[in-house]
Design a protein around this ligand. Sequence first.
Ligand code: NAD
Length: 357
Amino acid sequence: MAKTILILPGDGIGPEIVAEARKVLEVVNQRFDLNLTLTEGLVGGAAIDATGVPLPDATLDAARQADAILLGAVGGPKWDQLDTAIRPEKGLLGLRSNLELFANLRPAILYPQLAEASSLKPEIVAGLDILIVRELTGGIYFGKPRGIRTLENGEREGYNTYVYRESEIERIGRVAFEAARKRNGKVCSIDKANVLEVTVLWREVMDRLAKDYPDVQLSHMYVDNAAMQLVRAPKQFDVLVTGNMFGDILSDEAAMLTGSIGMLPSASLDRNNKGMYEPCHGSAPDIAGQGVANPLATILSVAMMLRYSVGAEEAASTIEAAVGKVLDQGLRTRDIASTGATVVSTREMGEAVLAAL
Ligand code: NAD
């Protein structure tokens, strides 16, 4: 059956990296007869410039109708002074919450060819393969009340609310347990149950869920320790499951273990495996327009999209193999280049993947 893919390039390096990923998608679409229709829309700063809002109705409608969404990145200094309610990031948060994309899957895999790109010793990271499952539509990023208020004495106070319902914890927990079943059978749940009641409940729900998955081993860890363990001995982990804010931070830390945030894809899924796929990194305004951004995270996001939302496993693994081949050839964008590597531009890297396909 024909499927529709909505492409949202966004801001900064977004359009540059998405252009390369789109070419890859077009090639596999034909090669594997996937019958995908590709459409494009505006989100983030690009949408603010064109329409005044970060998530125009037309984009949200198109996203609702699409079977999957490929997103570049949003944000940049140009829009940093705007009120938080209409900042580019609101476009992203709006898509995640409106489409109920509650499960964010962020693999951190260290390609053997890039072991030297990690800031950690190769023996600590070589062969790393962990999956961070982050709750994406709840927690402190969405909790109400929130705001900045003025107290009676005239001093201002900022406040947010950290809240999770049992049902929200349970559905993300199930995603993690199911994922662990297909991997090495271990889930580590990250919380701060020594301080925050909301995560006392989180821990209780995870323990309860574990009874449904006797084949999966559940452990718990405080988030501060997890941050430490990720740099001390990251290979102890298989699947990590955590809330929105802790997951935001830990997944960037895990990304760095692999040497470059420019290599890591992500998927955000709803209950029916409809998903939004995007690189883990942001819009990198510091290098936007220079043609040096690494497009591989976005290209690998296309592979994840084909696997989870299109059900085209062969096309997905063909793309992943092509990326491996390009790394074998010694081609590197600047962010993953070690001495002696052949440094290529964003477009050259995209073309090398196409050739390897
Ligand atoms: P960032 O991920 O954009 O950049 C961090 C560093 O990594 C920068 O030095 C950047 O040059 C580098 N980098 C990132 N992606 C790269 C790539 N593909 N190739 C090579 N180098 C790459 O994070 P930041 O600087 O904290 O944020 C910049 C902007 O992006 C902000 O406006 C922020 O709000 C936004 N942001 C958006 C998303 C998203 O759209 N999902 C996520 C995070 C940050």
